[in-house]
Design a protein around this ligand. Structure first.
Ligand code: ZN
Ligand code: ZN
Length: 414
């Protein structure tokens, strides 16, 4: 039985960079293993959503897994909550949050409350005791994740994601009130609940002993929770229902874990998978091998470091991250056989060093498996893959191609 490994190097795509003599990071990186797969397989270009559309990593991944992001995307908060291991019901709404520091007029002094909050689980506990008096039927579920970050779920029967952020996204301004973004009564209720929660978060946190201690030490108190990115659980069939694929995800960041869980994929935890430049790529590939040997049809391996380096505008870190991934890939390839494994390597979008953010450029893609008719391309880059046999595809084509090669798709017609 043929199985599939899909590797996404987040934000790996780039542009012709002056500092690299007009080449891209993928062109200058030493990556014999990716180039070897390109030579053995078939290559092309991909637009995750559509030509020129600038994707978020969440919408890009929805598309790559075969879901129309315009029809299914219902806010980032839901993915963050699922990725943090929380359960989400149909009536719930979830937010990403920051612990922040505000003064007594609620003017933001530090959006991250110093970033490192020792003992944040005590603050988490206090926040979970908050009761919403204006709407007592709504329950609060708060979880601290890392550093100043966390997730808030408002648990109810018909709450809405059509509410504005409480986070002003900048310093020196007052915390805004959440406003309903449409005329649905549930949006008004959700905004009221969020405003009451925000007010109570300030009351509870500003007098919390942990913050009194922080103030004594000269640290900014984590005295308010700022919520943003309201999201609802998307109503979609699972990857298994849609493509007949039993799938697992290996990822370091909560957003991608959450997207995967929303689509019914199993998230496998890997020690040392940080989602940063220091991630243990070898451990992730080892886990992928283990998963492929234990009954999954599709293993999805997500690596964030390439995107992180790009947002920092650090071209050297981007090139060396690609090289590290390639070395780990080499170790993996020595243990597998392409007669029964289809390997796909691509990127969810470009994050050009010159832009430091996601763009709607095409990204390279390669697929390697012994039965594929190969093309003449022998390296993996934006330029080389222009000549590939896959030509130009969209993200929503990818799962069809993979499921087709794995023999999982029903025939259309007779
Ligand atoms: Zn991305
Ligand atoms: Zn990014």
């Amino acid at each position: 039985m043929v199985k599939a490994l899909l590797i996404v190097m987040d934000g790996a795509g780039d542009r012709a960079l002056k500092e690299l003599g007009g080449k891209t990071p993928l062109e200058v990186a030493r990556k014999p293993n990716m180039d070897g797969l390109a030579a053995r397989g078939i290559t092309g270009l991909m637009y995750a959503i559509a030509p020129g559309i600038r994707p978020g990593s969440d919408t890009a991944h929805l598309a790559i897994f075969g879901y129309d992001p315009y029809a299914t995307y219902s806010g980032r908060g839901a993915f963050e909550a699922l990725g943090a291991g929380l359960e989400l019901g149909e009536g719930d709404v979830a937010f990403r949050t920051n612990f922040a520091t505000v003064n007594e007029d609620w003017v933001v002094v530090d959006r991250r409350a110093g970033r490192y909050i020792e003992g944040a689980e005590e603050l988490e506990k206090a926040l979970n005791e908050i009761r919403i008096e204006s709407h007592p039927e709504v329950e609060i579920v708060f979880k601290h994740t890392v550093e100043h970050r966390g997730v808030l779920i408002l648990r109810g029967t018909s709450l809405s994601n059509k509410v504005s952020d409480v986070d002003p996204h900048k310093l020196g301004v007052r915390v805004p009130k959440a406003e309903p973004l449409d005329n649905d009564p549930s949006s008004k209720v959700t905004a009221e609940v969020l405003n009451e929660f925000t007010k109570k978060s300030y009351e509870v946190l500003s007098k919390h002993p942990l913050n009194k201690e922080r103030e004594r030490k000269g640290l900014p108190p984590a005295n308010i929770v700022l919520a943003r990115g309201a999201g609802k659980l998307p109503k979609v069939p699972s990857l298994r229902e849609k493509y007949g694929l039993k799938a697992a995800t290996i990822a370091g960041i909560t957003l991608i874990k959450g997207v995967s869980r929303a689509l019914g994929m199993e998230v496998l935890e890997v020690k040392g998978a940080t989602g940063g430049l220091n991630t243990d790529v070898n451990a992730k590939f080892s886990k992928a091998l283990e998963a492929l040997n234990s009954g999954y049809d599709l293993v999805f391996l997500h690596i964030k470091g390439t995107d992180a380096a790009s947002h920092d505008g650090n071209v050297r870190a981007k090139v060396s991250m690609i090289e590290r991934i390639d070395r780990a890939l080499g170790g993996f390839l020595s243990k597998v056989d392409l007669s029964d494994l289809l390997i796909t390597i691509t990127s969810d979008h470009a994050t050009p060093i010159t832009v430091r953010d996601h763009t709607g450029d095409a990204v390279p893609i390669l697929m390697a498996w012994d039965e594929l008719v190969s093309d003449e391309v022998s390296s993996f880059s934006e330029r080389a893959c222009m000549r590939g046999g896959l030509h130009v595809i969209r993200g929503t084509d990818l799962m069809n191609l993979i499921a087709n090669f794995l023999g999982k798709l029903e025939k259309f017609g007779e």
